[in-house]
Design a protein around this ligand. Sequence first.
Ligand code: SF4
Ligand code: SF4
Ligand code: SF4
Length: 249
Amino acid sequence: MSKPRLALFDFACCEGCQLQIVNMEEEILDLISVVHPVQWREAMSEQSEEYDIAVIEGSITRPEDEERLRRIRERSRFLIALGSCAATGGINNLKNQLNLKEAQRIVYGDAADMPHLDTDSTKSVDEVVLVDFKVLGCPIDQQEFAYIVRCLVLGKTPEIPTYPICVECKLQENTCRYEHGEICLGPITRAGCGARCPSQATWCFGCRGLSDEPNVYAAREVMDKYRKTPSDLEERMALFCSKPRYDHE
Ligand code: SF4
Ligand code: SF4
Ligand code: SF4
């Protein structure tokens, strides 16, 4: 049986998630034993338009990107959103919290009025097309990406944790970052990274997005216990865990 053909496409992002895949080194050979890459700008020069699995990195910020994404979806049997930018809008969502013109001025200064910089609100991939699987994280976890691709090839549904990071953190026996006077988003962030940041003595900034049923009550209790305020929490959530949309009209 021929291997499914995989094509990787990038939109608005830093391409760090692709780099994670490139850096899989020997493990990438295992992955290539189950899928056949046919388009991947960062890693190969061939560009076939015939593929079964489309992997989308980056968020969607321009009308022409929406059109390109829809064409990719039409050509593919399965579509994977790779990394926070694609899966949730990621760090690009910061733009949605500002007036669009103001955001452009902050980033591009005097060049902000150039026509090709006239972007729209940030959208996650599933706000434009149907997404079959999401690989969360900024950047993604290499093992989780390989696991999701293998599940897809085998026709299995990947099991992605629905519980919060705190569960993994407790299993690692880390000292809670709140004990160090920090605000950590572990109580409301989806697990799956093995509590990577608290295990390296830093707070979770929520890059995997909100867990299915974030335990807001428990988070509030923790905040009260350590004399933090809801606005402290909201400020920290601005990066990855909230998506207020400024009216850009
Ligand atoms: S999710 Fe993070 S690492 Fe991945 S492309 Fe976006 S900004 Fe870069
Ligand atoms: S709040 Fe953060 S540091 Fe504390 S247990 Fe949860 S994940 Fe770990
Ligand atoms: S601990 Fe939090 S910020 Fe760090 S990788 Fe995991 S989800 Fe992302």
